[in-house]
Each structure stands twice: as structure tokens, then as C-alpha cells.
Design a protein around this ligand. Sequence first.
Ligand code: ZN
Length: 494
Amino acid sequence: MTNTPLADLLAYQKETEALAQVAGRLGWDQETVMPRGSAEQRGEEMAAMESVLHARRTDARLGEWLAACEGSELSQADAAKLRHIRRSHDRARKVPAALAAELARVTSVAQGQWAEARAKDDFAAFAPVLSRVVELRQQEAEALAEGGDLYDALANDYEPGATAAELAAMFDEMRPRLVELRGKVLEKPAPKGLGGTFPDEGQMAFATKLALAFGYDLSRGRIDKAVHPFSSGSGNDVRITTRTNPEDPFNCFYSTIHEVGHGSYEQNIDQGYLLTPLGQGVSMGVHESQSRIYENQLGRSRAFTGWIYDQMRAQFGDIGVDNADDFYAAVNRVQKDFIRTEADELQYNLHIMLRFDLERALISGDLKVPDLETAWNERFEADFGYAVPRASLGCLQDVHWSVGLFGYFPTYSLGNVYAGCLAKALRADLPDLDEALAQGDTTPATGWLRDKVQRHGGLYEPKEVITLACGGEAPSAGPLLDYIETKFGDLYDL
Ligand code: ZN
């Protein structure tokens, strides 16, 4: 008896998915516990895994199996699996192997040069290699787009179905409202911040408590420290990292809640999808919607911060604020700053819009890399109202462009927009949500998100799963903007 093409295809894919998980775990190891002297060998190991994965994704048998299955009667899940395999197979075959290898080589050099240039605040030192990265990504986009929009082709790697035109329209709606609100808020006196001491071990213990409060399953995950917090893996091995700063425990706590949002999404996917193309988060935007709604709409809500306030006082003693309202204001403090990753809910999306417009112009060729720093600084001053003093606080602050991530930034804002839509639907379905949050109980909210979004993994397309979760309402920026205006209007007495 021979297998059907579908059974052969899915068995082959299962092995590819398992190997991709192994490759991911090598990356996790590198960022957490790998010995310092192992970096070079690890580079070889990861490159070998990548070449195995590339060969599997371009294997001609995949094309034959896909052709034999497509068009036949399939279950919803099998049809979705085929859609994902087709997308990855086509993508891998469209990009010439020489171009992919050159991109890998140049971006690894560029990342080192970026780190050096940032340390010296010297954009000019980084510009030549960045020009080369842009050139290669343009070539890759041309291969992928087959005559279509170049930026769309790049963005679709991270957010299938997203278009630059749609994103631009969304940002056009958001930008003036956020710039205006930001101006009004910053005219008001700044709330008091935290005081006291927050030792490392105490922060890690508290972070674990928060992770458990949000339903992170430590029997299928773990929490370690890393320079930049991230989440890694899918299914029954999903690990997160966080970091500590003795002066700023919120950095640790909210990074943890953020990564728990990512990690819970992966842990809560239907077990039947394990090691299939449906067994992981469907897009960067939907992923970010889960991390943001955990971190912001739930974690920074007045109700939940009331619980955190009591817990922190019990563990750390005097924390420098005297009541839960002041604590809520401290958690949501809006400050003049330059750095995207430290931005509050109100200013974060302005950072993204700036990057989106500039990277789109770089890919189209309207902006040349040597002019990037000036363009960045002009735009920053227009939206934020003050000048960028040095490149490490401006166009050298993010690693993304050095490693070739063009089309990625907008998924952060898309995640915020999706989180706004989900929070509106969730609150409509759960009128008593705040009573539970005030007790530190997130289960009504996290259960809702698991049921409406997380368990589906890759079954639906990104926009589709958000639309279904929101009772048929297509995602838009309105709910997020209303939420931000109400929240910060109340906080700052506007
Ligand atoms: Zn994230």
C-alpha cells in the first residue's frame, strides 16, 4: 500500500517543522546560556541547519505533492496547511540561492558594523554596508514581487496579506490624533516615578509570579535572562527571556508580561496542530497583538495595576508611591524620550510610522542611505518637537535594518491596532473583567483570547482571525485610538 500525496507531504513537513524548532532552540541557547567562546562554532551549526531547511523547503517533491493535492476536497485544516507550505515553497524557490547566501553574509557583517557605529554615534561609518543591505533586499523584493510592489513583497514575509497602501492609510488616520494628544499630555506635570530598591533576584521572582498570573505554563516553558527580551519556540517547548535593571523594575515586569503574551499564544495553539504549519502564530502582527494586549490593555489597566501595587509593596516594602492611583500614573507615565523600545503606549506608534515611511522610501529608491540620518532627524523633530542629539538616539538605535528586516516595523503597530480591536470585543463580552483583574485574575481575559485567537494558530489568515474574534468587525485603528485618548485623557486630566 502506498501513501496518498497528502500523507507524504504532511509527514515530510512534520520533519521540516521539527528541524525548524531545533534551529530556533540553537538561537535561544545562543542568547541565554551559550559559553562565550562558542560563537564561531555556533555560527557554523546554525548555517548548516539553515542550509538543510532551505533544501527541504525547495525540494522538488514538495511541488509535486502540492500539485497533486491542490484542488482536491480537503478539510479546513489541511487546506490551511497546504496554503502555508505553498507560500514557503514558492518563496524559497523565487529567491536565487546566490542572493540568499550573499544576504546572509552581508547582514552578519552589517550587524557588527552597526553595533560599532552605534557605540561611536557615527552613522557615516555604517552607511556603506547599509546601502549594500538595501540593494540586496531590493533585489530580493524584485524576485518575490514579480512585478508587484516591492515593499509589499517584503512586508508579506512577516504579515501575509499586508500592503503598504493599507498600512499608510491606517497610519494617516493615527498620526495626527497621536501627535495632538502627545502635545497636550506633555504640557501637564509629569507623575512621580517609583523609588526604593529592587534587587535582581526579587525582580525575577516577581516576574515569575506575573508570568503565572497570565497563565504561562512553566511545565512547558522557562524564563531566563537575555540582553533583549524575546520568546522562542512553539507547542510544548516555549521559552521566554527577560532582563533586570535595579532602578527600573517596570522594565523587567512589563517585558515579562509582553513575552508571556507571545509565549502563551504559542503554548495555547491546538495540540492537534503540533509540528504542522498551523502550530505557530500566524503572523508577526497577530503575535504582537497578543503580547500588547497582555502588556498594555490588561497589564497596564487601572484594575490590574492595583493588584500589582499591593503585591509589590508586600515584596519590596516602600516603593516610593503611596497609593494605587499614583502607581497607575507611574506605570503609564509619558516622558520625552528618543528610544522606541522604551516608549509608552501613546508615543510608541509614532516611532513606528517614522520608520515605516523611511524604510518604504529606501526600498523604492526615493531616499538614499547617505541621506537617512537627516531624514530621520527632520521627521523626529516634526512629530516629537525636539531634536535628536546623536545617532545612537536616532537612526542607529534599532538593529532591524542592519539585519535586513525591512517591512517588519509596521507589524508592531498592526499588533497594537489588533490589540485595540480585541480589547474592545473582549470588554463587550466580559463586563466584569475589571473585578477579576483587580484580584490578579486574568483567566477570563486570557481564556477569551485563547478561545478566539490563540488556539487557531495558523488556521486562518491574520486579518481573518482578528475579524472572527471581533464578531465579524474588520480591524481598524479606531478602537485603539479611542482607547488611548480615553486612557491618557483621564490620566492627565485633559
Ligand atoms: Zn513583541
